[in-house]
Design a protein around this ligand. Structure first.
Ligand code: 5GP
Length: 253
């Protein structure tokens, strides 16, 4: 049997060669990592949930004309995506103070920000993905001024969509990270949302109780991560309302 070619393996996902040129298959693993992979675990069902949730968010964005790499879900753990040239930046949008922003500026976690704030981090695990200014990005050639303007506009459109959809199911979007890729339509470059949009890369707080429904549950040992992600998926109608944990395969005698 022919073996497909692995193109890249990251902490939470694997990319395989796709069926057509310009496509890839993105496989969602159950591995959870935090603090630059200093903390690691395997969370049963996480990959399945993130595959579904990323499909949900990216399909919604595609339908609104916010371009993403998502083409279609292939199975429980895999989706077909457009291959992109990844811009080596993490684009973070923040609506409420949390995480590194709260720490850096001494803000109380949960403080509403005066407006959404967009930050860029340079993607380099060995450096711990440091926060960078637009000046660094342009000086080092990671993106042009036009790309930066387009990335901010894209990130804010993603924020508007995600904030609204999540608010509708009682969830506050405190912040999130996206990655952006370049694709070429003839001679023209376009920037599209790549990677994933899931509770691994967002901060999601229950509006009524403040319960955390994102990767902070794992980072801060706050309970069962798959339960939290299942709750997000259930509220968004991505899973049937009576589904709790996704069952492990069982042996039938
Ligand atoms: P912070 O800078 O506060 O750690 O993170 C801000 C937001 O971006 C959070 O929602 C966090 O989950 C997300 N984020 C930042 N860096 C990464 C990363 O390397 N991987 C993932 N999955 N999310 C990240």
């Amino acid at each position: 049997m022919a073996r497909r070619k692995k193109v890249y393996e990251g902490k939470a996902k694997i990319l395989y060669e796709g069926p057509e040129p310009g496509t890839l298959v993105q496989y969602f693993k159950d591995d959870a990592t935090a603090f630059n992979a200093e903390k690691k675990d395997v969370i049963d069902g996480k990959g399945v949930l993130n595959n579904r949730l990323s499909e949900f968010f990216m399909t919604g964005l595609n339908q609104l004309g916010v371009p993403t790499h998502f083409m279609k879900r292939l199975n429980m753990r895999e989706q077909l995506i457009r291959a992109v040239e990844v811009v080596p930046l993490e684009v973070i949008v923040r609506n409420y103070a949390a995480g590194t922003l709260a720490k850096r500026l001494g803000l109380e976690e949960g403080t509403m920000l005066p407006r959404p704030i967009v930050e860029f981090c340079y993607k380099d695990d060995s450096l711990g993905d440091p926060l960078v200014a637009e000046e660094h990005i342009i000086a080092f050639g990671w993106a042009s001024q036009q790309d930066l303007d387009d990335m901010v506009a894209l990130a804010l459109r993603v924020n508007d969509f995600m904030t609204g959809v999540l608010y509708g199911v009682g969830i506050r979007l405190a912040d999130f990270k996206i990655e952006i890729g370049r694709v070429w339509d003839g001679d023209f470059q376009r920037l599209i949302v790549a990677d994933e949009i899931s509770p691994d890369s967002c901060r999601l707080w229950d509006i009524e109780t403040g319960r955390k429904l994102d990767k902070d549950v794992f980072r801060r040992d706050l309970g069962d991560l798959a339960d939290a992600y299942t709750e997000v998926a259930r509220r968004l109608g991505v899973l049937p309302s009576n589904a709790t944990h996704l069952p492990k395969p069982t042996l039938i005698n």
